[in-house]
Design a protein around this ligand. Structure first.
Ligand code: 13P
Length: 256
């Protein structure tokens, strides 16, 4: 049985003050509850320490949205995994479609970053997913295969516990348009089969694959209830405590 994960990707929202308030709101709503899955929030770099103070003593884990592909040195504007670890980060999101598109990040960079994360004893959330044009042309699975094949075989020491995958169909991100549970399940099952080919059957069985793209309280239970959907990577709905906790409730409900 895979433990569900609900991860909030705050993107470029919430400075330290607003982030602390949001995290306190979530923590307040979760107070006294025992969660049967993993919940984390990924604030912008500068807000991580403030959010970490709030998260102290509550079940919400800390993540980051990116890291450098080098350990340190003359890389202006970059932040290393060592620095993230020092401020309490346990998970790092890599290869989000927004970074693929706006920063033109490549498979080689994803591989370097994930290997550094794992080497530091942290965990990576590797994102993949097709754009609308590919979906319309019936190429979704082909694109996903290419994205997974470009990275997974090149990882060192990745396993089902330090790596999480996140399927995020680009056309569903921030658009209000969600993949149907059937569409999500189809790609998740195909991705798991690809993971089995590339990393072995045991890793594929235990590896968590999250869904991301307009996930909200109203659709979380049905999406996360699909056999190969192990949780959600949440954008917009992670910015309001009630919505984020509503999605956690949806994930919990799949276990009842
Ligand atoms: P939305 O939930 O806002 O669609 O964003 C999804 C996402 O990109 C999470 O990483």
């Amino acid at each position: 049985m895979r433990r569900y994960m609900v991860a909030g990707n705050w993107k470029m929202n919430m400075g330290p003050a607003a982030g602390r308030e949001l995290a306190a709101g979530v923590a307040g709503m979760l107070k006294g509850r025992t969660l049967r899955g993993d919940v984390l929030v990924c604030p912008p770099y500068v807000s991580i320490p403030a959010v970490g103070e709030v998260a102290d003593g509550n079940p919400v884990l800390l993540g980051a949205q990116n890291c450098a592909d080098q350990t340190g040195g003359a890389y202006t504007g970059e932040v290393s995994v060592g620095m993230l670890k020092e401020v309490g980060v346990q998970y790092v999101i890599i290869a989000h479609s927004e970074r693929r598109e706006y920063q033109r990040e490549t498979d080689s960079q994803f591989v370097s970053k994930i290997n550094l994360i794992l080497e530091a004893g942290m965990k990576a959330i590797f994102c993949f997913g097709e754009v609308l044009e590919d979906r319309k042309a019936g190429r979704a699975e082909e694109v996903v295969r290419k994205q997974l094949e470009g990275v997974l075989p090149r990882l060192e020491n990745a396993n089902a516990y330090n790596l999480v995958l996140a399927y995020e169909p680009v056309w569903a991100i921030g658009t209000g348009e969600t993949a149907t549970p059937e569409m999500a399940q189809e790609i998740h099952a195909a991705s798991r089969a690809i993971v089995a080919e590339l990393m072995g059957a045991e890793v594929a069985e235990y590896l968590r694959i999250l869904y991301g793209g307009s996930c909200k309280p109203g659709n979380a239970r049905e999406l996360i209830g699909q056999p190969d959907v192990d949780g959600g990577l949440i954008g917009g709905a992670a910015l309001k405590p009630a919505d984020f906790v509503g999605i956690i409730d949806g994930a919990e409900a799949t276990l009842d």
